[in-house]
Design a binder for this molecule. Structure first.
Ligand code: FES
Length: 179
């Protein structure tokens, strides 16, 4: 009985087994393992090389563009600004001023070396903390090293009635938006 079991597990018994053996002409030898290793190594190298080429092609064909935020700021509804107020938006570096004549916007960036200025309500002026330049609420310079006044920026009302400010467009002074 033990001899029969041994015979069945080590040798093909019938024509079906012989056909299966013929599909695998080379038994699992050390040489076969080495060949399979090199085939896998070659396929792996091709995959890595292909991925590198695809990555290089993607980077080469992608536009080399720096996306910056829009210079246009939605400053909200006009009625949120009290009369005679000067409101700084530190995130965008602009003042929205509500004067008796209407609305206007100033750049809050000092024209000396670019520090962010601040409105001093107790004095009614705009002051730069870096080197002491001072400006009136209409942007004109009072004193300090700043070479120019704070520029006026383009302001308009959107279709929804919001105040819009374009930080990239300087306009002549005294251009008010009346609401
Ligand atoms: S940066 Fe404002 S005074 Fe120098």
């Amino acid at each position: 009985m033990a001899d029969e079991t041994k015979k069945n597990t080590t040798e093909p018994a019938g024509p079906r087994d012989a056909r299966l053996w013929s599909l695998d002409p080379e038994p699992d030898t050390p040489e076969m393992s080495r060949r399979q290793f090199f085939i896998k190594l070659g396929v792996g190298s091709l995959v890595v090389a292909g991925a590198g080429t695809a990555l290089f092609a993607y980077q080469y064909l992608s536009p080399n563009v720096l996306y910056e935020p829009s210079p246009v700021v939605d400053a909200g509804k006009p009625d949120q600004y009290p009369a005679e107020s000067v409101t700084l938006d530190p995130a965008t570096g602009i003042y929205v001023v509500r004067a008796a004549e209407g609305f206007y916007a100033l750049s809050a960036v000092c024209t000396h070396l670019g520090c962010l200025t601040a409105f001093k309500p107790e004095q009614g002026i705009i002051a730069c903390p870096c080197h002491g330049s001072k400006f009136r609420r209409d942007g004109t310079k009072i004193e300090g090293p700043a070479p120019k006044p704070l520029p006026w920026l383009r302001v308009w009302l959107s279709d929804e009635g919001d105040l819009m400010v374009d930080r990239s467009t300087v306009v002549p002074e005294r251009q008010y938006v009346r609401v």
